[in-house]
Design a protein around this ligand. Sequence first.
Ligand code: HEM
Length: 447
Amino acid sequence: MFSIYVLTVVTFLLSWYLLRGSKRPKNFPPGPPGIPIFGNALQLGKYNFKVALALKPKYGDILGVKMGSNWTVFLNNPEDIREAFNKPEYTGRTGFNPLMDMTCEELNSGIIFSYGQKWVDHRRFTLRTLRDFGFAKRTSEERYEYDDPEMTVLMKIFNDFFDSAMDGIRPFYFLFPFLLQIKKPISVLFPEKSDKFRQKLFEFLRKIIDDHRKTMQVGQPRDYIDSMLEESTKTDDLKEIDMLTSLLDFFVAGTETTSTTLLWSCFLLGQHQDIQEKLANEILTTVVNREVTLSDRPSLPYVEATTLEIMRVSSIAPFGTPHATTQDVTYKGFNFPKGTSIIPNIYACLKDADLWGDPDVFRPDRFLSPDGKTVVRNKAWIPFGVGKRSCLGESLARDEIFLFLTNLIQNIRVSMPDDEPPHSLDGLFTGGTLQPEAHRIIINIRN
Ligand code: HEM
């Protein structure tokens, strides 16, 4: 009898919690009706960025929906994202992102998922420090050989960590972000693999921080970690957990993204031999008998245009990292109450037929002047996001992609077997990035 009472009370409290705030906020942007508890989450599903684009003719550029317990706005065009995201009141974070608890052992730590003054200070400090050192300067690199045993172990943990992105209870955090507030007791009942892998990665990073602590000299920082250690003596907002999370954030934001772009590059060039040969021709005639370096970039407009097109078609971070309003906001007559998730629909910007004409065609020429000599930018090209929280690693990522792609194509030819079935350019969403469909490629060394 007692257990029935307890069950009734628990059910009542849970229903009250889940249904409270289910009334559409006043002047909220239009969107399809939802269902209790789930709102529009099931309707929008895993490919919500695509559905939001498909709903555009009916509801317009600004879509208002409820994802589980979270009122959410999709901004589906580049002008709105640019205008809103340049304002500080759009720089908050909510738990909407199911990956948040993967890197954050504590809410509001690190850089990607922190918010408020803590994020402002840490982003400013990080930008300054990385600029001082230069992202690619030798002093700021930890160098490892390809078969270094420590690196091999690290990469294994990392792969496991990414593979566990949608494991266990995480999809529930996506629907009901408030559960993240009580994650500690929940994970006692439902232990998650990703927590274990994160702890292992933290152990690895903790050792690196400790080594730095032992060998650093005050006033003479050698790299980002030394600088963080120095900064941590001046503020309470940079504890060890923030340093660990920031380093993991850089790993997470900086490795999968770049490698996925290269995967897409081989996938697209393998299917478009004509474009690959044009690319190879430009590289081989401009850079003779040596490696391609960053200083060659201005002389390689077709490479630049092809890279822009690869990043447009692949749209690897289709909704970036959801933002949240830090206060009640009115935008174009709509109200976004404090705490509303604001999704920059990067996928919509890169794939909208109204903006690109033929978005499903891989066509680097769209980024070139008619004489093929000048790169022509398009304001809808925003794979790195825009505004105050845009990608911190954009210039590093673009340098890396340029160097990898040019030096690869200078030396190899990528193709697909004759019996490889045709592939869609849509991509498969892993929860973190959009990946190309599984495919086979053939690699031939160029003479
Ligand atoms: C092809 C490669 C990459 C793409 C497409 C990409 C894309 C993005 C996008 C869309 C965002 C979210 C923007 C927003 O919230 O509005 C972001 C944030 C971020 N990215 Fe990247 N990124 C790439 C590579 C990198 C690299 C190499 C690093 C660092 C080593 C990096 C570090 C970050 C960080 C720290 C943030 C969070 C910024 C903040 O919250 O203030 N990214 N990135």
